[in-house]
Design a protein around this ligand. Structure first.
Ligand code: ZN
Length: 269
């Protein structure tokens, strides 16, 4: 390549680089990444000493680098191997005024037979009812650190939030975010596609922005578990999630730009 064509490419790259923004205000998009578990709560067990909490944190750091490079303002709910309650994670996200929230987990199966044959990637968004028994089992496991068990929740705040969900824009945006991320995860990693799922996750329920939970793979599977511990595989996962987030934000900006502008004082009391 000649130096003039290199300069032209560089110029084009500069012109095409648009910082990732949240929409109308054109401020950088605020993204909260939530690496599951931490400290004494190790999450699921993988091959050897590999633990879900480590895999989630490593992918979160990789994802942060990519989103920051695209101009995003990124926060992690934990920076290191520390115990952070689900309630604190939710509060932190809302205090940051997040535009979107991504929780990162790895899945596991309870019996040796199921561990040997179950692998693949799933992307969840919050719903009052689970998309199936398997989805409910995942939510129950990830909710085990929640302040109350599912059975004890009854008419709690979570139940009220869940009842109200269907009417909220954040709910449909969460679904849109899940569908932006999931196919990219499958095509980048070539992992088994276990689909976009819905389930009542505690950590997603109190977050006041579009929110998804990605189960990046089955750490309990002998081969997929090993892959999840590898840097090159984690890079693919982070790249796919990052691309999904950027596509979601671009789509949101386009939608918001098409909306009629609110004129101050034009609303009737
Ligand atoms: Zn988990």
């Amino acid at each position: 390549m000649t130096s003039s064509s290199r300069s032209l490419l560089f110029l084009l790259a500069c012109l095409c680089w648009v910082p990732v923004t949240a929409g109308a205000g054109e401020r950088p998009a605020r993204i909260v990444i939530d690496p599951g578990h931490g400290g004494l709560k190790e999450g699921a067990k993988g091959p050897g000493a590999l633990r879900e909490k480590e895999v989630a944190l490593q992918i979160a750091h990789r994802l942060r680098s990519k989103l920051e490079a695209a101009g995003g303002e990124v926060y992690l709910t934990r920076e290191r191997d520390a115990l952070v309650s689900l309630t604190e994670r939710v509060e932190m996200t809302n205090d940051h005024g997040a535009d979107l929230f991504i929780s990162i987990h790895a899945n596991s199966m309870p019996t040796p037979r199921m561990r040997a044959r179950t692998e693949g990637v799933e992307t969840y968004f919050l719903s009052a009812s689970a998309s199936g028994e398997a989805a409910l089992a995942v939510a129950d496991r990830e909710n085990s650190e929640a302040p109350m068990s599912r059975a004890a929740r009854g008419d709690s705040t979570l139940a009220l939030i869940l009842d109200d969900l269907v009417r909220t824009e954040a709910h449909s945006d969460s679904s849109r975010l899940a569908y932006a991320i999931h196919p990219r995860l499958v095509s980048r990693t070539r992992a088994t596609d276990r689909g976009v799922q819905q389930a009542p996750f505690f950590v997603l329920s109190g977050v006041e922005c579009p929110a998804v939970l990605v189960e990046v793979g089955y750490i309990s599977h002998p081969e997929e578990g090993l892959k999840l511990g590898r840097g090159d595989y984690q890079e693919k996962l982070a790249e796919a999630i990052s691309e999904g987030v950027l596509a979601f934000l671009k789509d949101t900006r386009r939608r918001d730009a098409a909306r009629p502008a609110q004129v101050a004082g034009s609303q009737t009391p």
